[in-house]
Design a protein around this ligand. Sequence first.
Ligand code: FE2
Length: 399
Amino acid sequence: MHGIHEIVIKVQAEMGNPMASVTIDPSGNYLTLESNSGVKRFHAIWLRDNAPDPETRSQGNGQRLIALRDIPAETRIGSAEVKNGGLVVSFEPENKSVVFDLGWLEANGYDQGSVRQSGWTSDQVETWNSGLMADVPVGDFAELTKGGAALRDWLGLVVKYGFGKVVNGPVESGALFKVVDLFGYVRETNYGRHFEVRTEVNPTNLAFTGLGLQAHTDNPYRDPVPSVQVLYCLESSAAGGENMVVDGFAAALRLREENEDYFNVLADHCAQFEYSGEDGVCLTSRRPMIELAPDGELVGIRFNNRSLGAVTDVPFEKMDMYYAAYRRLGEIIDDEAMEVSFRLEPGEAFVVDNTRVLHARKGYSGEGTRWLQGCYSDKDGLRSRYNGMLRETVREAAE
Ligand code: FE2
């Protein structure tokens, strides 16, 4: 169906430019771009709002200079053609011509066509189980502090798997801040800038300290939750006490495979978390154990038996199922097939995405001491550092 206003232009690719053709819908409401990567439609209003020209976007910092109110609601595509590796679009009634980079359009297409299953995860994420034990993400402290490829690759692993170890660091109090310096800033809380985890293990209290903790995410009662935790080992003479981590995303997806109703009941209802263990502190949050974005993306896990408050936002008819689902998720988390464990020696640390990966300390089996320091940071800083370095790498490769 070719309307009278429809323009079809096929352009033979120039060197390095993809073959592409563009068709405008007769209404002028959208255009269809056909290229090597497929067929994608783009709306006039979307294109106009994302125009990269100097009147629309700052060429310095990339920030948009206009508000949507500055763009006519009746914006239509007057003409469009593929030219010199770009898409030249003329917008009416402004009579404004803008050049879009074809690669940018391909990377930012939204004409997906298919609805993804609830619980999908971002392309940057890879879920794991105990199989990752043979390949624990690790970076050498001295190499990481130099920056460059070693840091970029280690950050990439932390983004992908939700945790990473650091080895060969200094054995000195406060060294954990040097790990945070690699990617961001300390998130201070009522526990201070950092907290101490000291354990004396001796035969008289062995039975008590021999107990491990159930894997958990930290501080789910904070809003927003600290999205990165760093634990740094300074002393470790007691046998046992290994650290272990579990991929909360993998656990939630296993729950979904086993019983979709269980997955849904934990995603659809808020739990409540609270901590009021010191004077003047009453931290509370109301969030689901399995957090999904509105389009079903799995974006967060909160799991902590110690700080779960009374759950009051589940309908009476669903409370039994809610508890069955919570129990089953706990069993999956406790399954050794899900866990990666490692011993932290003095000068070693691990960084964990606290919105995804659960952590725990295993029980002790001998006497001695163990001293760790911990602190929180935020994932947006970590991702920013990684994506910034990645962009730098691409730029350098292009030069
Ligand atoms: Fe913890």
